[in-house]
Ligand binder design. Structure first.
Ligand code: HEC
Length: 163
């Protein structure tokens, strides 16, 4: 009797762990500023993510982003850039820290690739945060797209060639 009870307990625990694992694997961050911020914090992007290949911390940035920039990418984005895929896959995320002339962090600009979100304009979700996570703007932001569309052939990004 005791043995059977133990078996049942082990079985239940194992299935909970397994379903938790599956859930975590399939969990997708929605195209939503608050959810993206939450994700960036949890990931510790500025400590754990790689920098955009070929860039260094606080490189000189062009306007409008800031005098200095540090650009982080998640794994999916990193792989696409290094493999010269030409395009980013669903789930790719780029977080750019924007600094003022005196190297103070001003805000964080993010591009997040979401399948089906905006097929006409590269399926990017755009969001700009203040340093404490408050959202300045998010979504299909005209201002961002108007400028980044010049890089349409490079999947809307400027930093380096995607091919
Ligand atoms: C007037 C043009 C312009 C506007 C407007 C603009 N950007 Fe950019 N953006 C750039 C340039 C140029 C770079 C390249 C900076 C670098 O060297 O990394 C860039 C880089 C980026 C990057 C790093 C990936 C890349 O494209 O190389 C992100 C993320 C980004 N911008 C997000 C945004 C968001 C979000 C907005 C709107 C709130 C925005 N941008 C508005 C010109 C612009």
């Amino acid at each position: 009797m005791k043995k059977r009870f133990l078996f049942v307990v082990v079985f239940i625990v194992a299935s909970l762990v397994f379903s938790g694992f599956i859930f975590a694997q399939g969990k997708k961050i929605p195209a939503n500023g608050a959810a993206v911020w939450d994700h960036l914090k949890k990931e510790g992007y500025a400590k754990k993510w790689k920098m955009w290949p070929g860039t260094t911390p606080l490189y000189k940035g062009p306007e409008p982003h800031g005098a200095f920039l540090t650009t982080y990418v998640n794994d999916a984005a990193f792989k696409a850039i290094t493999a010269k895929k030409g395009k980013f896959p669903d789930g790719a995320m780029i977080a750019q820290d924007n600094f003022s002339k005196d190297k103070k962090l001003k805000n964080i600009d993010v591009m997040y690739k979401v399948k089906g979100y905006n097929p006409k304009e590269g399926n990017w979700f755009w969001v700009q945060f203040r340093t404490d996570g408050r959202i300045i703007s998010e979504g299909k932001i005209d201002e961002c797209i108007k400028c980044h569309v010049a890089q349409k052939g490079n999947d809307y990004v400027y930093t380096t060639k995607m091919k």
